[in-house]
Design a binder for this molecule. Structure first.
Ligand code: MTE
Ligand code: MO
Length: 305
């Protein structure tokens, strides 16, 4: 038997009930901080309803901003919210380098001028076995790629997170080689589902979610969605990525969500949606198979994990 209150209650009623519960908990907290962010989210939640896939409900703002992975601010899920207050996401620019015709430092304001910010409700499936449903705001990564005009030798993009140990206490420890780097094959990067996100729930990204700009690639494990990006390097060979460098047996370059290819130490067949009690089955490509499976036609996904 697997009936959750969120599944047997019509979605609107469910949200309204959460709203009431939320109001109670806010007033008991005394609305001390992040008031505008929370208020914003509570007011605008209905606009995301028609972007939800069936079987999904949105995670709430508190969940999305207090249960995070961002090792630059510590290893615990609550560390990024706790220890990212000194991080300065503005001013910001991204350095574009490598095999492109228009390399250089691009101010985030200029990047945003040329693009359309859209709402994208995506599931984020962490390799550790949990998941969330998040109403992102962002723009197609391909719009930025077109703007900087890669030459045809460019087959991959490497992304790099900012290195600022004075603002990111986790970088003072050797838990990972810093800066954090990730990569995509060019066709993955050009896919219309791949976005650079600048906000969620109608609010600029908070530091713990990768302010001011982070990648979101919804059919891949969460660690591919690199945060606080300062560099994009266009290259002809598969670039180094942090997790496959640290542990190549457990984490590959592709890291497509795949319920049939297990992590050596745990199953990837099921996941726990944050806020739910029962585990649910993990879907191939995190439920985006219709849109992305053609990218991997003919590839052995057990080998290219
Ligand atoms: N720079 C950087 N990016 C990162 C991480 C990190 O530790 N450092 N963690 C990744 C992991 S493991 C996950 S699951 C997602 C979590 O995103 P969220 O905290 O916004 O939900 O961010 C990814 N991006
Ligand atoms: Mo993750």
């Amino acid at each position: 038997m697997k009936i959750l209150s969120s599944e047997i209650t019509p979605y609107k009623t469910f949200l309204n009930r959460r709203k009431i519960i939320k109001l109670i908990s806010y007033s008991s907290l005394g609305l001390l901080f992040s008031k505008s962010a929370k208020a914003n989210h509570e007011e605008n939640v209905d606009q995301y309803t028609n972007l939800l896939d069936k079987d999904d409900t949105l995670n709430n703002f508190e969940e999305i901003t207090n249960y995070n992975n961002f090792y630059e601010f510590g290893l615990g899920k609550e560390d990024p919210a706790k220890y990212s207050n000194n991080f300065q996401p503005s001013p910001w620019s991204i350095r574009i380098e490598g095999l492109v015709n228009s390399p250089g430092d691009y101010h985030i304001e200029d990047i945003l001028k040329g693009v359309t910010i859209e709402d994208r409700v995506y599931r984020l499936r962490c390799v550790e076995g949990w998941s969330m449903v998040i109403p992102w705001q962002g723009f197609s990564l391909k719009d930025l790629i077109k703007k900087v005009k890669p030459d045809n030798r460019a087959k991959y993009i490497q992304f790099e997170t900012v290195y600022r140990p004075e603002e990111m206490p986790g970088q003072l420890r050797n838990v990972l080689p810093w800066p954090y780097v990730e990569g995509l094959r060019m066709d993955e990067a050009m896919h219309s589902l791949s976005i650079l996100s600048t906000g969620l729930y109608g609010h600029n990204l908070l530091n713990q979610n990768g302010a001011p700009i982070r990648l979101v690639v919804p059919w891949k494990y969460g660690f591919k969605s690199i945060k606080s990006i300062v560099k994009m390097r266009f290259v002809d060979n598969e670039p180094t990525t942090t997790w496959s460098k640290v542990n190549p047996r457990e984490y590959g370059f592709y890291s497509n969500v795949n319920p049939e290819v297990h992590h050596p130490r745990w199953t990837q067949g099921t996941e726990r949606r944050i806020g739910e009690f029962y585990r649910r089955p993990t879907l191939m490509f995190n439920g985006y198979a219709d849109q992305v499976s053609n990218l991997y036609k003919g590839m052995d996904l057990k080998k290219f994990y």
